[in-house]
Ligand binder design. Structure first.
Ligand code: SAM
Length: 286
């Protein structure tokens, strides 16, 4: 396990992922009934841009840096920006950045429940150290070190009967897309009505097409959306050019909102004229 998220925290892919995460939680918050957020690949929860690792790449400058510098941010960025600002006393030049479990914890309510997994030994220790500073006002369970894919069997279906599973692997292993598909299949067998958001990097379009086909072929898979953001065209070989979500049972309101969110993110995060975004149903609503 070589992947460490600190090198990439706050980059364009995190802005895409974390903005949609905050929107999904805001839709969950529209009903009083409690929900579960299961974050299978939690990372370390909170990132420090002054570290040698973050400074080495400075990727956050073309991600959250651009968003904070925009004077005309749309209202759908408010929750996300508020969480980032809360860690940075509102400074436009952020020193700290909230990871997915931190954002989920900040936005959930006292009746809701967050379960976070992290497998990397050292990151598991850091995750615990970071999340302990959040106190115990909300229901939080940290499973670390723990394989997040196993939590799909162990923790589903939730007693709350509603919620979100975020699956955000590092894609270091050649069979990671297969592992995700298997995990989704197992999760859906236990909890068919859950919302499952799988983030993925777009490096090889052939692999992505195969992943889409594999998800669509899961028996009785509910409605599933594919969302993609490219900050440059895929053939410009300059590192990661794009990323996406496969989202099973996406929050209803969020789908319409993508018509505003994706064009905004494309303009904000573009690194060449080849930037683009799109969404489409892989499995339509029946
Ligand atoms: N979700 C985090 C966020 O948005 O702030 C970032 C997660 S990072 C992309 C992926 C993390 O998954 C890494 O910290 C890595 O150590 C961890 N990881 C890798 N394989 C795992 C597994 N099978 N189960 C749980 N965590 C795993």
């Amino acid at each position: 396990m070589n992947y460490r998220h600190i090198y990439h925290a706050g980059n364009f892919a995190d802005v895409f992922k974390h903005l949609l995460l905050t929107r999904a939680i805001s839709y969950l918050n529209q009903k009083a009934k409690p929900y579960l957020v299961l974050d299978t690949h939690g990372g370390i929860g909170r990132y420090d841009f002054a570290t040698e690792e973050a400074q080495k790449t400075n990727e956050y400058r073309d991600g959250i840096g651009r968003l904070l510098a925009d004077d005309h941010r749309p209202a759908f960025t408010d929750d996300y920006v508020a969480c980032v600002n809360a860690l940075n006393n509102g400074s436009a030049d952020p020193a700290h950045y909230p990871g997915s479990p931190w954002l989920a914890h900040a936005l959930m309510r006292t009746q809701d429940r967050l379960v976070v997994c992290e497998l990397h030994q050292q990151d598991a220790v850091t995750l615990r150290k970071n999340l302990v500073t959040l106190g115990d006002s909300k229901k939080l369970q940290i499973l670390a070190p723990q394989n997040g894919y196993q939590a799909l069997s162990a923790k589903l279906p939730p007693n709350e009967k509603r919620g979100l599973v975020l699956i955000d692997p590092p894609f270091e292993q050649v069979d990671e897309f297969d592992q995700v598909t298997t995990a989704l299949e197992q999760g859906l067998k236990r909890w068919q009505t859950g919302s499952y958001a799988v983030w993925f990097p777009i490096k090889d379009p052939v692999k992505i097409a195969a992943f889409y086909d594999a998800v669509a072929a899961i028996p009785d898979v509910p409605k599933t959306l594919a969302i993609e953001l490219m900050i440059r065209s895929a053939d410009e070989a300059k590192g990661l050019s794009g990323c996406g979500f496969v989202w099973i049972n996406p929050p209803f309101g969020m789908v319409n909102e993508l018509n505003e969110i994706l064009p905004y993110l494309t303009r904000l995060l573009a690194q060449s004229d080849g930037a683009s975004s799109d969404y489409r149903w892989l499995v339509a609503e029946s």
